[in-house]
Write a new protein. Structure first.
Ligand SMILES: *[C@@H]1O[C@H](CO)[C@@H](O)[C@H](O)[C@H]1NC(C)=O
Ligand SMILES: *[C@@H]1O[C@H](CO)[C@@H](O)[C@H](O)[C@H]1NC(C)=O
Ligand SMILES: *[C@@H]1O[C@H](CO)[C@@H](O)[C@H](O)[C@H]1NC(C)=O
Ligand SMILES: *[C@@H]1O[C@H](CO)[C@@H](O)[C@H](O)[C@H]1NC(C)=O
Ligand SMILES: *[C@@H]1O[C@H](CO)[C@@H](O)[C@H](O)[C@H]1NC(C)=O
Ligand SMILES: *[C@@H]1O[C@H](CO)[C@@H](O)[C@H](O)[C@H]1NC(C)=O
Ligand SMILES: *[C@@H]1O[C@H](CO)[C@@H](O)[C@H](O)[C@H]1NC(C)=O
Ligand SMILES: *[C@@H]1O[C@H](CO)[C@@H](O)[C@H](O)[C@H]1NC(C)=O
Ligand SMILES: *[C@@H]1O[C@H](CO)[C@@H](O)[C@H](O)[C@H]1NC(C)=O
Ligand SMILES: *[C@@H]1O[C@H](CO)[C@@H](O)[C@H](O)[C@H]1NC(C)=O
Ligand SMILES: *[C@@H]1O[C@H](CO)[C@@H](O)[C@H](O)[C@H]1NC(C)=O
Ligand SMILES: *[C@@H]1O[C@H](CO)[C@@H](O)[C@H](O)[C@H]1NC(C)=O
Ligand SMILES: [Cu+2]
Length: 577
């Protein structure tokens, strides 16, 4: 099996790492995994156009990281392109290793041309699927790949060991250079050009012109169970995914086990990962099945309304080899804006909450309450220019009406060296500065304010955060991602959050635990997390266009009293701005 093979190859190559682990008192089952990511240009042909992309090691999608829970991972990133680069290990807790998180200007200055930086972190308390991606500008359009975390050697899955495991990573492809696309948008104030295709493992599939050779094929045997590790690495689109004539059983979300449930359609936002079991038909079915993904979209703006497809093919047995007349079945996906379907789906996600595998350690009491409005707004058009945003303004986006401006140096360094003056202020508002009917008629002033403002939290505070969508420029689902933590999704609803009556509905027993949540279109979501990880932690919409427009902010978690609760000093090779 491919995954196991690459894992044992990685283990075999670790003679040097083993020497070190003999000398250090490490648990016997834990290993150090070494990777080198050379950031290089690479020519790729899709949709009959050849284009130079920024890649890792000339691979698209990029290489897999495989490890076990408890392992240390060292990735040396060498920048051999003209762009500044940084890489984020999306969903990895980074306990006491905030220097390895990766968002540019938040935890590190970018790695400049000709420079390198070694990301160094351990995988603590997590097993499942995550992914890595670039965290600067729009480079993640082509710089991404799976992170596969197996359980410790002495531990099993809470389900029967699958016959095979297959990563399925969704992406979004532009014929143009994605950097040019976002730069143009930021300059004109208008929406960016939409993508030309979605991809499965880098392949758009047969529903696009000139693309049928670039189709993902999943070859299976009858009567087996396959673990599909789904990752949404698309830039700006939540997706519905389905395989014709097959249901799948959801077993894990964002590397946390959930109570299993069967569904024929998976909802997955950018930044989310979902492990599902696919049980194949008991007998060879004389048929081929299309798997397909296309957007769930609720905003007013334009989006790529195309469909990526691949084939689920049953391996032919000798008695079928000469039978080429196979019927093709296609899946049915919900309507583009089927928010009811999405709400039903997300309601079903519950933490497995089984002491043998995963406990839902939901904070039962709250030290700090926050209420953040999230959504789009506008910025004035500079004089003597014309802008293509709403009513001749520029599109902007904000949290509590603050459109976050990235500083020119790394916030984590400023924090660690107590040198934040001129970099950020710790006065991020706890509530929207001007309350309004968030999901009603928009206010007449849609202009956001700008700033680099953060929330500072004492170590180990328990935090409750309500994220409220706004309909200022139309209600829209926003996939909010928090770095450095998992959070529990204790409740969600439509309309305006009601602080008097809604808390009574909170699930403090088995809520799903994740790192990315879709704030419902025209609604709200309440999350809780324990601020047990010192550092500076980014939180942002995982629609890259909304992040670019300012839908982002950061939390600072101060050190705790014990030595193990303090952010260590920066690594010596930490990039400089
Ligand atoms: C990409 O292709 C162009 C010509 O189409 C070629 O000049 C260039 O060397 C190639 N670059 C890489 C990185 O392979
Ligand atoms: C990439 O590496 C090669 C070989 O080391 C070097 O000649 C080239 O200048 C580098 N390019 C960039 C953009 O760093
Ligand atoms: C990685 O971090 C650990 C813990 O801080 C440290 O002991 C180790 O030396 C680091 N390894 C490298 C290669 O920097
Ligand atoms: C596996 O080993 C780890 C320590 O290495 C331990 O914490 C855990 O409880 C063990 N799990 C089982 C199922 O024995
Ligand atoms: C697909 O591959 C076949 C065989 O290599 C080739 O003949 C055909 O031109 C390719 N089609 C496209 C659209 O590239
Ligand atoms: C696939 O589903 C369609 C529609 O529900 C059904 O008509 C067909 O018989 C199914 N085919 C197989 C091989 O399961
Ligand atoms: C060939 O495929 C067709 C259509 O799927 C099926 O009806 C038929 O039984 C198959 N024939 C053989 C010999 O397997
Ligand atoms: C998306 O495309 C489908 C056809 O594939 C069309 O029926 C539908 O109206 C389109 N939706 C939007 C919102 O553009
Ligand atoms: C959502 O679930 C409810 C209750 O199970 C059902 O009545 C409703 O039809 C579902 N809505 C959608 C859009 O799937
Ligand atoms: C744009 O202007 C129209 C007409 O003046 C107004 O109805 C609408 O609310 C404005 N939209 C925004 C986003 O300001
Ligand atoms: C907010 O606006 C919605 C839609 O117009 C309306 O139904 C609701 O009653 C309003 N809520 C409040 C608190 O005014
Ligand atoms: C905007 O709304 C406020 C209060 O809702 C109102 O006082 C003000 O006159 C309005 N401004 C315009 C230009 O409509
Ligand atoms: Cu958003």
């Amino acid at each position: 099996m491919l995954l196991d093979a690459s894992l044992s190859a990685a283990t075999a190559a670790l003679t040097l790492g083993l020497l070190v682990s003999i000398m250090l008192p490490q648990p016997a089952s834990c290993t150090t995994r070494h990777y080198t990511f050379n950031i290089v240009q690479h020519n790729v042909t899709r949709l009959c156009k050849t284009k130079i992309i920024v890649s890792v090691n000339g691979k698209f999608p990029g290489p897999r990281i495989t490890a076990r829970e408890g392992d240390r991972v060292l990735v040396k990133v060498v920048n051999n392109v003209t762009n500044n680069v940084s890489i984020h290990w999306h969903g990895i807790r980074q306990l006491n290793s905030g220097w390895a998180d990766g968002p540019a200007y938040v935890t590190q200055c970018p790695i400049q041309t000709g420079q390198s930086y070694t990301y160094n972190f351990t995988i603590t308390g997590q097993r499942g699927t995550l992914f890595w991606h670039a965290h600067i500008s729009w480079l993640r359009a082509t710089l991404y790949g799976p992170i596969i975390i197996f359980p410790r050697r002495n531990e099993t899955y809470p389900f029967k060991k699958p016959h095979k495991e297959v990563p399925i990573i969704f992406g979004e492809w532009w014929n143009a250079d994605p950097e040019a696309v976002i730069n143009q948008s930021l300059q004109t104030g208008g929406g960016p050009n939409v993508s030309d295709a979605y991809t499965i493992n880098g392949l758009p599939g047969p529903l696009y012109n000139c693309s049928s050779n670039d189709t993902f094929r999943l070859r299976v045997k009858p009567g087996k169970t396959y673990l599909l590790r789904l990752i949404n690495a698309a830039m700006n689109d939540e997706l519905f995914f389905s395989i014709a004539n097959h249901t799948v059983t959801i077993v894990e979300a964002d590397a946390v086990y959930v109570k299993p449930f069967a569904t024929s359609v998976v909802v997955i936002t950018p930044g989310q990962t979902t492990n599902v079991l696919l049980k194949t038909k008991p007998h060879y079915p004389h048929a081929t099945f299309l798997m397909a993904a296309r957007p769930y979209a609720t905003g007013q703006g334009t989006f790529d309304n195309s469909t990526v497809a691949g084939f689920l093919e049953y391996e032919e047995q000798s008695d079928h080899l000469h039978n080429k007349t196979k019927t093709l079945f296609k899946p049915t996906l919900p309507a583009i804006g089927d928010t009811g379907f999405v709400a039903n789906f997300t309601q079903k996600l519950r933490s497995l909450n089984n002491p043998k595998y995963t406990l839902a350690t939901v904070p039962q009491t709250v030290d700090k309450h926050f209420f953040f409005s999230v959504g789009l707004g506008s910025s004035p058009c500079p004089q003597n220019t014309s802008c293509q945003g709403p009513n001749g303004t520029k599109f902007s986006a904000a949290v509590n009406n603050i459109s976050f401006v990235l500083p020119e140096t790394a916030m984590l360094q400023a924090h660690f060296f107590q040198n934040s003056s001129g970099v950020y202020t710790t006065d991020f508002p706890t509530n929207p500065p001007n309350p309004f009917n968030y999901t009603g008629t928009p206010p007449n002033n849609t202009v956001v304010s700008n700033g680099t403002r953060v929330v500072a939290l004492p170590f180990n505070s328990s935090v409750e955060l309500v994220l409220q969508d706004t309909s200022i420029l139309g209600a829209e689902s926003h996939p909010l991602h928090l770095h450095g933590f998992n959070f529990f999704i204790v409740s969600e609803g439509f309309g305006n959050y009601d602080p008097t009556n809604d808390p009574a509905k909170f699930n403090l027993v088995d809520p799903v635990e994740r790192n990315t949540v879709g704030v419902p279109s025209g609604g709200w979501v309440a999350i809780r997390f324990q601020a047990d990880n010192p550092g500076v932690w980014f939180m942002h919409c995982h629609f890259e266009v909304h992040t670019s427009w300012g839908l982002r902010m950061a939390w600072i978690v101060h050190d705790g009293p014990l030595a193990t609760q303090k952010l260590p000093p920066p690594p010596t090779d930490l990039p400089r701005c």
